[in-house]
Design a protein around this ligand. Structure first.
Ligand SMILES: [Mg+2]
Ligand SMILES: [Zn+2]
Length: 175
């Protein structure tokens, strides 16, 4: 039997979007995120972060610094007994035209393969149109959250639901 998953964008969904998070001090979980992720854990959804981190290609931070930021994320979530099952990121510059930067789907395909995911039973939650486009192309249902920096009031095309925060999104999945 295959696994079901919720793919999560990071910036503007899990943490505040600070326009290139470069230091652990820049990383701040958004409200309701620990409860929302714990709910997904408790309902046997894999939680997989898929994030564009072109700050690496731009020279703003290294893989090691990003790893420290992600350790802070998982450590903070662990204090709420919430767990991220995998983190996949694209380090490339948009000009490189790689397949892994969203709206590309290479990281989704990698996760689906490595975690034996049933994509039709899975969801993607993001705060930008390119998240929705990537999730839709990968074949999952798509939720838009309005916790990003410039998305308030916008309702992007192809989203199956628009949520006010991650907990609202998760409650819709579990409805
Ligand atoms: Mg985002
Ligand atoms: Zn890439």
């Amino acid at each position: 039997m295959k696994n079901k998953a919720v793919f999560l964008d990071r910036d503007g969904v899990i943490c505040r979007d600070v326009n290139y998070c470069r230091r652990t001090d820049d990383f701040e979980l958004l409200p309701t995120v620990p409860q929302a992720i714990k709910l997904l854990n408790d309902h046997n959804f894999l939680t997989i972060v898929i994030t564009n981190q072109s700050g690496i290609a731009r020279g703003y931070l290294t893989h090691e610094m990003l790893s420290d930021i992600h350790k802070k994320m998982t450590d903070e979530l662990a204090t709420f007994n919430a767990r991220i099952d995998d983190i996949l990121y694209c380090p490339h510059h948009p000009d490189e035209e790689c397949d892994c930067r969203k709206p590309g789907t290479a990281l989704f395909e990698q996760a689906i393969r490595e975690h034996a995911i049933n994509v039709q039973a899975s969801f993607m939650i993001g705060d930008r149109q390119k998240d929705i486009d990537a999730g839709k192309t990968a074949g999952c249902r798509m939720i838009f959250v309005t916790t990003g920096p410039d998305n308030r009031g916008k309702n992007p095309t192809k989203a199956d639901y628009t949520a006010i925060n991650l907990l609202d999104a998760v409650n819709w999945i579990l409805r």
